[in-house]
Design a protein. Sequence first.
Length: 263
Amino acid sequence: MSWWGKALGGAFGFMIGGPLGALMGIAFGHNFDRGLNAMGKDGWQAGGADQDRIQAAFFTATFSVMGYIAKADGKVTRDEIQLAQEVMRHLGLNPEMRESAKRLFNEGKSSEFPIDEILEQFKKETHRRTTLIQMFLEIQLQAAYADGIMHPAEEKVLAHICHKLGIPLAQLKRLEEMLKAGFGGRDYQTASSKTSLVDAYAILGVNASVSDADLKKAYRRLMSQHHPDKLVAKGLPEEMIQDATEKTQQIKSAYEVIRESRG
């Protein structure tokens, strides 16, 4: 049984407390919350997570922080809510999971949302696994860019998130350029037929003067970072694997566009 099934079934073997645990109680219903209360909401062991626990922490942090970013400019419009729901659908969530994700999103919009505590616990629960944390950031960027625009308030919040998670701002900018080129967008492109050569370089995070050897290194690094099986092994919920799978397809296609252009 997956972490999701255990959450709905009231199996608390992977239970976490702290602010993430409190959010999980809201997202997954009364039975889950009752188990949380039985162990105490502050009874979490930092860094002691098993696979189910990491996946639950990732899911909970992802959609609550998404709501926090949407509120960054002081309000959340109907369009922003619809765009967030589109991102949830695109990530491959089933209807029940989308309902839980929406509850988390709404909690993130609260003026009392403890963003720093959430990020601190998330970092510890994921054992500071860089590829998993990067996937978390990519999803937040996808949500922020869902309307095609990065608002200054959202950019400020994302910079703060990077600071708390130990992600260099240069990495955020690089991911942003990849996203602008079509990487991880809601309408995944087949690079061989739709992506320009310029965008293909941007998706791989390199410039046109890169050597063949360094191009291959960049390609292999991105493929390793987004390999679905590796991400699931590190704690990505299996139910969200669709996003990673489609990103690897984009990376492969972008690499082929460049190789073809070089003969």
